[in-house]
Write a new protein. Structure first.
Length: 260
């Protein structure tokens, strides 16, 4: 995926007048602000009982790695709401300065996410009917997806239409962990619904593009396709001999460091 491929057409060449551009920018602010709040609600619903309502740092989590992981990912969701609010208020100067800190936070999240995933492997964490080593491919894979999307979003930071969409798609990458913990029986009975609910956010973005642009934005197509294809490859890769051997090596290292 290259950022040149995601470059939107020139507004004058496409015949978009000033009034229409102003309206489109206003709709963009409303839509992305609303999506940020919706993602915040998704995360809170998933982790309310075990984390937020349990006092966050007083919550009975396994260890400090998981605490740091939870704090960093919470900060990212809150930052997303703040950043979209700043953009809606026209404070682009503050938005861009805070965005540099956000990029640093995203880098820390990738590192902490990998640490938390490895710690989960050490604790024999499983999901989706596969063993812990295969599940480990999903936890690390999501960090790769998130990191790649954030990288391209950072490169496109002076092109809001591309930047906003890639940031949103990167954040959607993180939603499956929260949706997996929703207190609804359908999640336990039909685990595939986790993907359905998560990808609903992508569908909402595509529908918004169709409504506002009369076409799906290239960033939505490439970013969304990258997310879906990579996530659907995670568990098949996790079941391969090569990955199982790698996960065994990582598990041994984690146990030696932890002393168990």
């Amino acid at each position: 995926m290259t950022t040149d491929a995601l470059r939107p057409r020139n507004s004058q060449a496409s015949g978009i007048g000033p009034d229409r551009r102003d309206a489109r920018e206003r709709y963009e602010r409303y839509f992305f602000s609303g999506m940020a709040v919706l993602l915040l609600g998704t995360v809170f619903l998933g982790f309310a009982k075990t984390y937020y309502l349990a006092g966050m740092f007083r919550a009975p989590l396994p260890n400090w790695v998981v605490h740091l992981h939870g704090a960093a990912f919470t900060a990212w969701i809150v930052l997303l709401v703040v950043q979209t609010s700043l953009a809606s208020a026209g404070r682009i100067d503050v938005h861009r300065r805070l965005g540099m800190a956000g990029f640093g936070l995203a880098c820390a999240m990738v590192f902490l996410g990998a640490l938390a995933g490895t710690d989960l492997l050490r604790r024999d964490g499983t999901g989706f009917g596969v063993n812990a080593k295969a599940f480990y491919a999903g936890t690390l894979g999501d960090m790769v997806i998130f990191g790649m999307l954030i990288f391209f979003a950072f490169r496109a930071r002076f092109r809001p239409a591309v930047h906003n969409r890639l940031i949103l798609i990167a954040t959607i990458t993180l939603m499956e962990a929260a949706i997996n913990r929703w207190p609804f029986a359908i999640i336990e009975r039909a685990p595939f619904m986790i993907d359905v609910f998560a990808y609903t956010f992508l569908a909402m973005l595509a529908l918004y593009d169709l409504w506002s642009l009369r076409t799906v934005h290239p960033a939505t197509i490439w970013g969304g396709s990258f997310l879906i294809v990579m996530q659907q490859l995670e568990l098949p890769i996790g079941k391969t001999v090569v990955w199982q051997n790698f996960a065994t090596w990582a598990l041994e290292r984690a146990k030696s460091i932890h002393g168990s």
